[in-house]
Design a protein around this ligand. Structure first.
Ligand code: FAD
Length: 401
């Protein structure tokens, strides 16, 4: 059978390998990962692992299952080059051949633009791997003053864990609100109070230029004292290893793929955080860096590799656990959509809906309202219009008009 090589031992990679076997692929399947661990799950890294409630390297798929499925897992080995004409990937331990190649190398945290001299003795951290999480856990254990750069998803989750561990926490955000640029201001403005609630200091419009020995340096020249720093300002697709191969990439470094997640070279696919797919649903290319997208993309790629019909155009979904709350999000609002609050916007649990001109919900954000999420998700996926009056009443289910 054909040899499938999957580069990147994360969620998208391991799920592609398992799906290939479940769909009946009999040829050799090799999963190559740069980390010393077998594929593990990342969401706990900013949650339970920081609190010492989990070690973080529990495998996503039990090793016995990978062995039983005859999947060859190569850990601690990094792809460094791609030669499509020879159908080989170069690694730091020699070349590997393929008939079908799946690129699933995920993303790397963006570093700070400026210099990054370690403040105090706590150092400057990013959070992507289990090693990163353990290093940060040591900072939390030492109760250092943690300065977090970026009030995004990672920043909010780490602020929550650090306060629970008893660390003083300062969060510096360049935008005017938490999650600025991700969600509309009307939705994020109330989230400021969540930082205050747990005793974390949030400073918005605070543009960081670097980290010096005295702490974090802001654009106005002042410094914020820090015992340690976490940089949580986003991630960039880990595709530099394909440079010079002719593999088409987007400007942001993601692999350009078609709706079946085929990359721009014969017999090459890409899935997960490293890929950007064209969405017919949304009329634009989307680079979705969330767990659910990686999982679904893996199934699509496995089907495509086996020559089955395959299309990847899901409604985006993700969750975040922050400030003791469960946030869930489905969809992508259009520019002209209006915001509908279900119930009192001041209610600590809440649901926010985005409706288009036909009252079809395009996106939903729920805070501790899983049932609303499940109902609204169906409406978003099926494009069912809602009666806005009823949808605004938290006592009625979110069903079709
Ligand atoms: P990854 O999981 O990053 O896997 C890629 C793998 O490829 C890595 O192991 C990497 O080392 C390896 N690799 C990279 N380059 C090479 C190379 N050249 N050669 C060999 N191997 C290579 N999403 C949610 O929806 N909800 C959450 O609550 C949530 N929490 C998160 C918390 C944290 C701390 C992080 C980092 C992410 C979180 N996510 C969450 C996002 C989710 O984990 C990712 O979307 C998902 O892991 C993407 O899977 P992936 O396989 O594309 O990439």
């Amino acid at each position: 059978g054909e040899r499938v090589l999957i580069v990147g031992g994360g969620l998208a990679g391991v799920r592609t390998a398992v799906e290939l076997r479940e769909r009946g692929h009999t040829g050799p399947v090799t999963l190559l990962g740069a980390e010393p661990h077998r594929p593990y799950d990342r969401p706990p890294l900013s949650k339970a692992v920081l609190l010492g409630e989990a070690e973080g390297d529990e495998p996503l798929v039990p090793p016995a299952d990978l062995a039983a499925a005859d999947i060859t897992v190569l850990t601690g080995r990094r792809a460094v080059g791609l030669r499509p004409a020879d159908r080989e990937v170069d690694t730091d331990a020699g070349p590997l051949p393929w008939d079908r190649l799946v690129i699933a190398t995920g993303a790397d945290p963006l570093p700070l633009p400026g210099p990054a001299a370690g403040p105090g003795n706590g150092g400057v951290h990013t959070l992507r791997t289990v090693e990163d999480a353990r290093a940060l856990r040591a900072v939390l254990g030492a109760r250092r003053h943690l300065v977090i750069i970026g009030a995004g998803w990672i920043g909010a989750e780490v602020a929550t864990a650090a306060r629970r561990a008893g660390c003083p926490v300062t969060v510096l955000e360049a935008g005017p609100q938490p999650l600025a640029g991700t969600l509309p201001a009307g939705v994020t403005a109330p989230m400021r109070a969540w930082y205050a609630e747990i005793g974390a200091e949030l400073r918005t419009d605070a543009r960081v230029t670097g980290v010096g020995p005295d702490g974090v340096v802001l654009a106005d020249g002042t410094a914020v004292a820090a015992g340690a720093v976490l940089v949580g300002i986003g991630a960039r697709a880990a595709t530099a290893w394909t440079a010079g191969s002719g593999l088409p990439l987007e400007e942001d470094g993601t692999v350009t793929v078609d709706s079946a997640l085929r990359a721009g070279l014969p017999d090459v696919w890409a899935a997960g955080d490293c890929a950007a797919h064209p969405s017919a649903r949304y009329g634009r290319r989307m680079a979705v860096q969330h767990w659910d997208d990686a999982l679904r993309a893996a199934a699509t790629v496995a089907a495509g590799v086996l020559g089955e019909p395959a299309e990847h155009d899901p409604v985006p979904y993700f969750w975040s656990e922050q400030f003791g709350r469960m946030l869930q999000w489905v969809g992508a609002p259009g520019p002209g959509d209006r915001v509908l609050y279900r119930g009192d916007p001041a209610d600590p649990t809440r649901t926010v809906l985005w409706l288009d001109e036909r009252d079809v919900p395009t996106a939903v954000l729920t805070v501790d309202r899983p049932r609303d999420l499940a109902q609204a998700r169906r409406a978003v996926e099926r494009r069912t219009p809602l009666d806005p009056g009823r949808a605004a009443d938290p006592g009625t289910p979110l069903k079709a008009a």
